[in-house]
Design a protein around this ligand. Structure first.
Ligand code: NDP
Length: 311
């Protein structure tokens, strides 16, 4: 936890009393815990968790994400399998690769980097991934399990958000959470996770009426919209906790910089807020590794059960 008074911030204003939620530090702790577990697995067995990442084309942002996933996967002691395919790859060829990764016992997690080139059907590709290896948590089987409260692989970004919230607030029971955004990868799973924590959950979207009034009612506001600084200070009640998922590149004073979906400098009256960058973003990759470890453990448990059954 850092306070605005001693942090490097764009505001530098003493009236800003909100705590800054340091996602970078939390993610580093999460990754260190994953590494410790992987080291133990490595020292006691012949298998280690393996993550396969598939990149189709050369989208610059995706290329950077994939490289950082490889680095972090290897740093955690896991096997990293990277598959780079040309932008002209056909749907059939991509599905064939997914099928091979599904069948590969050294691969415990599969991530197909989105967005895919427009001629490819991302939904069909996601549905082709074995749900037990779907470490992005996007497969309909995992989305369904999350919705009915069964054990699932949970999408990494909302998983990171709920970890930060529980760390900060401890017990979320009975709090009113407003989630702004209803995408399948952030908003909807976020709402499910908050429901599991016994929050009262409101999900808002572009057709929601009087959004500022809705967010002002909330103890927790999670914003995943993709609109730079859309949520203003007077949309947030004093003492609320604000999770800003948005990542927007803007040009200010001739310089390019990242801002969230929340007007950070206006949030001094919040109880706590995630900054952009350095808040939710670093958690996503930590949760990806955590999901890969979880998928590995479940695969080991299934293998052990199958051996027992055949005895
Ligand atoms: P999507 O574009 O898939 O979804 C955006 C959501 O915001 C939609 O539900 C949309 O509503 C809603 N919305 C758009 N405009 C408004 C508005 N004016 N008022 C209220 N709601 C609105 O985005 P994602 O969920 O994929 O991502 C959201 C943001 O989070 C982006 O900035 C993205 O870069 C960032 N992100 C960050 C990650 C991280 O690791 N930190 C990971 C994933 C995303 P409707 O459904 O009605 O269209």
């Amino acid at each position: 936890m850092a306070n605005m008074k001693d942090a490097h911030t764009p505001l530098g204003c003493l009236a800003f009393e909100a705590d800054i939620i340091d996602g970078k530090a939390f993610a580093a702790g999460l990754m260190a815990r994953v590494k410790t577990e992987v080291d133990e697995i490595r020292s006691t067995g012949d298998k280690v968790p393996g993550l396969a990442v598939v990149l189709v084309g050369e989208d610059p942002a995706s290329t950077v994400y994939v490289a950082s996933k490889r680095r972090e996967t290897q740093a955690a002691g896991m096997n990293s399998f990277e598959h780079r395919l040309p932008a002209t790859t056909s749907q059939d060829d991509l599905l064939t690769l997914v099928g091979q990764l599904n069948a590969d016992p050294t691969v415990h997690g599969i991530l197909v980097q989105l967005p895919l080139p427009s001629h490819l059907d991302a939904d069909a590709v996601i549905e082709a991934i074995d749900p037990a290896k779907d470490v992005d948590g996007f497969h309909i089987a995992n989305a369904g399990k999350l919705a009915v409260g069964q054990t699932a692989l949970v999408p990494c970004t909302p998983l990171g958000c709920i970890m930060l919230l529980k760390d900060r607030l401890d017990d979320l029971t009975g709090l009113h959470a407003v989630v702004v955004g209803r995408s399948n990868i952030v908003g909807k799973p976020m709402a499910q996770l908050l429901l599991q924590e016994d929050c009262t959950v409101t999900v808002a979207h572009r057709y929601s009426r009087d959004l500022p009034t809705l967010t002002r009612m909330a103890d927790i506001v999670v914003v995943a919209v993709g609109r730079p600084e859309m949520v203003r200070g007077d949309w947030i009640k004093p003492g609320a906790t604000v999770i800003d998922v948005g990542i927007n590149r803007v040009i200010q004073d001739g310089k390019s910089r990242l801002v969230g979906d929340v007007a950070f400098a206006e949030m001094g009256h919040a109880r706590a807020i995630t900054p952009v960058p350095g808040g939710v973003g670093p958690m996503t990759i930590g949760c990806l590794l955590s999901n890969t470890l979880e998928a590995f453990r479940r695969a080991q448990a299934r293998d052990a059960a199958a051996v027992k059954e055949n005895l």
